[in-house]
Design a protein around this ligand. Structure first.
Ligand code: FAD
Length: 408
């Protein structure tokens, strides 16, 4: 065992942030341990539509839930590159686990980017790191669908005390989370788009289940509907308005993390198709089966998918502290189109992999089954519907300049 591995072992075994020594070089081993847990329960999680408890326990043991928290607050200070790599790796093992991790990290990113300077949010960052808290997201409300920039429920103020009652149509792993990051109208007089973001923790709120989660795919996200009732302090509201947080962090980080998780699912399907084609070719004395063309199509689509994600990642990372650049029409249009394009490409990749495998891919049993991956990836175009995104950015896209050069 080398020095790094030894320090990683020690760090993993520790339970408190005081004793924990951040060690970024250990990320690959730590995510490998979590993906191994995810792979081992992926089929059961899907079949029973149950929360991937073993995976999230492993993420806690390996301190990945707080990995993005800056070292000053007890985390490892993982970058957007680190986080999206982890989403991709998890996506290859278990789609639901990857999406849970992606959503959690998006909420943590809001804390990291917009919580510094607020005593409550700084304390919460420390808690996420030391207690390895799992944070859920509540944006969808009532009949609003994916219209995140409009809230119905308002924060009620009574001095420094506040309360909120929200018809939360979907909260993934709401029942299992230790806290929720949610949007709401600023107060009873505010318009629907005058929103704030709140970070609330178990003990501050109750959840009464209103809708079950019996779905085609992403079954382990346990995205049931709840009536959310919260009472707490006005300090739990992020100091900045949600409009800024949405543009600078919530949308870019969500789209990058989700796309990486979907790319992981697509990669898993390509790996299965490759194994199938290799086996078929071996069985035919080296002659390629007819499905080989679909395998190559799947590979090409996966390459495109990874390329658009990494291009957007580079762009975001280069400007993540530059408010003006993040607010620009070019960036906003690009990061929204990423979600649309990545989700469409992910679905197409898995479909091509399925066609490469033929009946072996269509079967629900056997080593080459693509069924679960296809059902899971089909959630991607509807998770904030692509039609809605395209309609919303139609005008800004028109204003965005067409690049004059290849690398502009
Ligand atoms: C796996 C998964 C996990 C999720 N987890 C969470 C979570 O943790 N928290 C949370 O808050 N939400 C979550 N959601 C919900 C998600 O964020 C969206 O709110 C939801 O997918 C939108 O649902 P919808 O299709 O009913 O709504 P809508 O967006 O209203 O779409 C309904 C229909 O209307 C069409 N449509 C809507 N607007 C337009 C438009 N402008 N132009 C043309 N057509 C349009 C769409 O094409 C679609 O056919 C999750 C969703 C999924 C799939």
């Amino acid at each position: 065992m080398n020095v790094q591995q030894a320090s990683f072992r020690e760090a993993s075994a520790e339970k408190t942030s005081e004793q924990f020594i951040p060690d970024r070089s250990s990320f690959p081993q730590r995510i490998a341990a979590v993906t191994a847990a995810a792979a081992s329960e992926a089929d059961d999680v899907d079949r029973d539509a149950r929360f991937p408890q073993k995976t999230i326990d492993a993420a806690r043991t390996h301190r990945l839930l707080g990995v993005q928290i800056p070292q000053a607050f007890g985390g490892d200070g993982a970058s957007i590159f680190d986080i999206t790599d982890m989403c991709y790796a998890l996506g290859r093992a278990c789609s639901s686990s990857a999406m849970i991790f992606a959503m959690h990290q998006t909420k943590v990113a809001c804390l990291v980017r917009h919580g510094v300077g607020s005593a409550y949010h700084e304390a919460l960052m420390r808690r996420v790191a030391s207690e390895q808290m799992l944070l859920a997201s509540s944006t969808t409300e009532g009949q609003n669908g994916g219209n995140i920039r409009f809230s119905s429920a308002a924060v009620e103020h009574a001095g420094s005390e506040i309360s909120l009652v929200r018809n939360a149509t979907v909260i993934s792993y709401g029942a299992q989370a230790d806290g929720i990051v949610t949007i709401a109208r600023r107060d009873g007089d505010a318009t629907g788009s005058d929103q704030v973001l709140l970070a609330i923790t178990k003990g501050d709120y109750t959840l009464e289940r209103s809708v079950e989660w019996e779905t085609l795919g992403m079954r382990g996200t346990c995205s049931a509907g709840f009536e959310l009732k919260f009472k707490g302090s006005s300090t739990q509201i992020f100091p900045e308005g949600y409009d800024k947080i949405h543009a600078q962090t919530m949308t870019p980080v969500a789209h990058l993390c989700w796309s990486s998780a979907w790319a992981g699912i697509a990669a898993a399907s390509v790996a299965r198709a490759q194994a199938f084609i290799r086996k078929a070719a071996r069985g035919a004395g080296g002659q390629m089966p007819p499905g080989a063309a679909h395998f190559n199509a799947a590979r090409m689509k996966l390459a495109k998918l990874r390329a658009i994600i990494t291009a957007n990642l580079d762009h975001y990372a280069a400007h993540e502290h530059d408010e003006r650049a993040l607010a620009s029409i070019d960036f906003q249009s690009s990061i929204n189109l990423l979600k649309v394009e990545a989700s469409e490409l992910a679905v197409e990749t898995v479909m091509s992999a399925m066609r490469a495998c033929g009946l072996a891919g269509y079967r629900n049993d056997g080593d080459f089954s693509i069924g679960r991956l296809l059902r899971d990836v089909l959630s991607s175009p509807i998770m904030i519907n692509n039609d809605r995104i395209l309609a919303n950015i139609a005008t800004t896209s028109l204003m965005s300049a067409v690049p004059a050069g290849l690398r502009d």
